[in-house]
Ligand binder design. Structure first.
Ligand SMILES: NC(=O)c1ccc[n+]([C@@H]2O[C@H](COP(=O)([O-])OP(=O)(O)OC[C@H]3O[C@@H](n4cnc5c(N)ncnc54)[C@H](OP(=O)(O)O)[C@@H]3O)[C@@H](O)[C@H]2O)c1
Length: 345
């Protein structure tokens, strides 16, 4: 496609996505969709099952942790800030009455640390039933982590990839294992790009890089489902919920949407349903969900589908990066790990 066609296609995708959003992603959209929810789906007890939730101190992650704690599950909160995590943990324990809530301090943007954490967790705990990849960020300025990876990519894609890949053997040993990744409907405007994972070229648009990372999560989920048939994988869009991420990263959007935004509980509803219900486990692994239903991961006529070669190129790059990240920490823990431009990309 030439530049003009690409620009028109991009405007078309954004317009369709926004109109969809006004109807479906708002509080009204949730109210309409929830009429079809099966009320008994969440009548379950998950005492004895363990759930790891990244970014569990705030917004959708905290609402998910609360709902799971209320059903008796053991909750492993993976958070980057100890004080914020302690505060959320106290609230979850006092409201749910469940004391099986544990904190693990981890910054998901620090790739080697993510790998170390997951390795240690595997040694320390005999099982993990459900992993919920919820932590996410939208950084508007290009920053690199210690390994030289761009921060949005490091948090939203690399962290999710390393954590999930490393925990797969533990999940496989556990009963009814599930992995749920909180993506975003914003990914519908993006086609997977495999040529510039670190956003080194062109204008740095944090919103579009975030949306690209969320597309990457969808592609990863589909690939994991194929490679790991013993685990149920799903990826979802929470709708537009009123959380600190939205008010700080998209202040104008937050102001414009006002009380049309969903509550955090409404945003978390499908995550909770995917984590707890038997109905979710009966769905085919690897699909994209919105309001407890499988929905298409592409807008009509949007040209966002990828070829098998593109997907393979993406996965290969992640594998290479993960190997490099894993070995780098062993080499030199004090000095700079990589030159500013990652040599292994
Ligand atoms: N709200 C929406 O409308 C919406 C729409 C689509 C998708 N989502 C997705 O929903 C997920 C949850 O976001 P939210 O809306 O609930 O926002 P939120 O309340 O701001 O929660 C984001 C969570 O992620 C954590 N986090 C961010 N970067 C991290 C890092 N490097 N290491 C560890 N934790 C990190 C945050 O920790 P701190 O508290 O320490 O910052 C916080 O706990 C995200 O993946 C987001 O992309 C949200």
């Amino acid at each position: 496609m030439d530049c003009c066609s690409l620009a028109i296609m991009s405007m078309y995708r954004n317009a369709v996505w926004f109109l969809n959003g006004i109807h479906q992603y708002t509080r009204k959209g949730y109210d309409a969709a929830s009429i079809d929810f099966e009320p008994n789906d969440l009548d379950v007890s998950v005492v004895g099952r363990s759930f790891m939730i990244t970014g569990a101190n705030s917004g959708i992650g905290k609402a998910t942790a609360m709902a799971i704690a209320k059903k008796g599950g053991t909750v492993h909160m993976v958070c980057r800030n100890k004080d914020r995590a302690e505060e959320a943990r106290s609230e979850i324990i006092s409201e749910s009455g469940n004391t099986e809530v544990y904190i693990h301090v981890l910054d998901m943007s620090q790739s080697h640390k993510v790998w170390e954490f997951a390795e240690n967790f595997k040694k320390q705990y005999p099982s993990l039933n459900v992993l919920i990849n919820n932590a996410g960020c939208m950084v508007h300025k290009r920053e690199l982590n210690a390994e030289g990876l761009e921060k949005n990519f490091a948090t939203n894609t690399m962290g999710v990839y390393i954590l999930t890949q490393t925990l797969i053997p533990l999940l496989q040993k556990s009963r009814d294992p599930r992995v749920i990744t909180v993506s975003s409907g914003g990914m519908l405007v993006q086609k997977l790009r495999v040529d510039d994972l670190q956003s080194e070229s062109g204008y740095f648009d944090g919103l579009m890089i975030y949306a690209q990372n969320k597309r990457q999560q969808v592609v990863l989920t589909q690939q994991w489902a194929v490679d790991n048939p013993a685990i149920h994988f799903s990826v979802m869009h929470p709708g537009w919920a009123d959380t600190p991420a939205v008010s700080t990263s998209m202040p104008q959007f937050h102001q414009m949407m006002g009380d049309r935004l969903r509550t955090v509980e409404q945003g978390a509803d499908t995550v909770v349903w995917l984590a707890l219900s038997r109905a979710a486990a009966r769905t085919r692994s690897g699909q994209f969900f919105q309001d407890r239903k499988v929905v298409s991961d592409h807008l009509p006529l949007a040209w966002t589908r990828s070829s098998a070669e593109e997907i393979q190129a993406f996965i290969s790059q992640l594998e290479t990066l993960a190997k490099a990240v894993q070995s780098q920490g062993d080499v030199d823990v004090n000095g700079p790990l990589v030159p500013p431009r990652p040599s292994f990309v």
